[in-house]
Write a new protein. Structure first.
Length: 94
């Protein structure tokens, strides 16, 4: 199994400087298990969308970054599937 490089490694490898800004995450004040899983599911979907945008931007420009984006899309989609399964399991046992 080959591990994917971090985004920071790619950015610095291309001569850039990663941002040190921390993204603001809105607090929903909902802390039930189902609420947290639903929130996680939304974050996974948003991440997939962002990586797909990256893939579109670098298509036919950088195979290395294309493969990185595909790998991240795969990982996020797998996370989304796991969250979906947890939501189904939770709804069955409640």
């Amino acid at each position: 199994m080959v591990s994917l490089p971090s985004t920071t490694e790619i950015v610095t490898g291309l001569g850039g400087h990663p941002s040190l800004k921390i993204q603001i995450i809105e607090e929903s004040n909902k802390h039930s298990t189902v609420d947290l899983l639903n929130e996680s599911s939304e974050h996974e979907k948003e991440a997939v969308g962002l990586y797909k945008i990256l893939l579109d931007i670098v298509k036919d420009e950088s195979i290395y970054i294309e493969e990185y984006a595909r790998g991240m899309i795969k990982a996020e989609e797998m996370h989304a599937i796991e969250v979906s399964k947890m939501l189904k399991d939770f709804s069955i046992h409640v």
